[in-house]
Design a protein around this ligand. Structure first.
Ligand code: DX5
Ligand code: ZN
Length: 219
């Protein structure tokens, strides 16, 4: 399928978010990084920001929860208007992750699960039939602007094989260090959705940055 580009607002100017959104209208999704200072050392944005984004844009809101015990916030993010809600497998016991996936689906939000670099692709298998998205981190979660971890391409390939076997409709996303030089390898390994923070918002011409990312998938 056609690659989907998801700019991460983590690298945007939060004082000018509406104008920043205007500059990425040629992208496919908008990626929102929610961090709690526990699951990852950093703190970012939460429910009110997703609510404001929903009131401002029709873009698909891809909400990446880097928070402990995400079940506690599924309902709030669903009400706020998230389209995709992604939970880290390392953020709770399997029963908590299962409950979060089920709750999201009940509320009409597309559930996803994310893997830190330490987590094997096989860990998604029990949830896969019920997922719309698998997110393979290609950096340690927590900060934008880090270097792409090429070792994670093995995990991308393994996740693609599992998706092919268990739920071919599920999308496969990569997040971290994606730029025109690294996106081709992730695309070849089987990713469909490409999160890019600094490679989009760190550039003055966002449309050109998005076009270069698309180009990198084929070149
Ligand atoms: C990192 C976040 C990413 C981040 C990516 O924990 O999940 O979405 O914004 O930033 P770049 O593209 O700059 O690596
Ligand atoms: Zn992210």
């Amino acid at each position: 399928m056609r690659p989907l580009i998801a700019p991460s607002i983590l690298s945007a100017d939060f004082c000018r978010l509406a104008q920043e959104l205007e500059t990425v209208q040629t992208a496919d999704w908008l990626h929102v990084d929610v961090m709690d200072g526990q699951f990852v050392p950093n703190l970012t944005v939460g429910v009110p920001v997703v609510e404001s984004l929903r009131a401002t844009t029709d873009m698909v809101l891809d909400v990446h929860l880097m928070i402990e015990k995400p079940l506690r916030y599924v309902e709030a993010f669903a009400k706020a208007g998230a389209d995709y809600l992604t939970f880290h497998l390392e953020a709770d016991h399997p029963t908590g992750i299962r409950a979060a996936v089920d709750r999201a689906a009940q509320l009409g939000v597309k559930p996803g699960v994310a893997l830190r670099p330490i987590t094997k692709a096989e860990a998604v298998a029990p949830y896969l039939p019920d997922l719309d998205l698998v997110l393979v981190m290609t950096v340690e979660p927590g900060f934008g602007g880090q270097a792409f971890l090429a070792d994670q391409l093995d995990t991308v390939r393994a996740a693609r094989a599992l998706i092919h076997k268990l739920n071919p409709n599920c999308l496969l996303e990569v997040d971290g260090g994606i730029d025109p030089a690294t996106i081709g390898a992730a695309f070849a390994a089987g990713a469909d959705v490409f999160v890019a923070g600094s490679a989009v918002f760190g550039r003055p011409d966002r449309a050109a940055a998005i076009a270069e990312l698309r180009g990198g998938c084929h070149g």
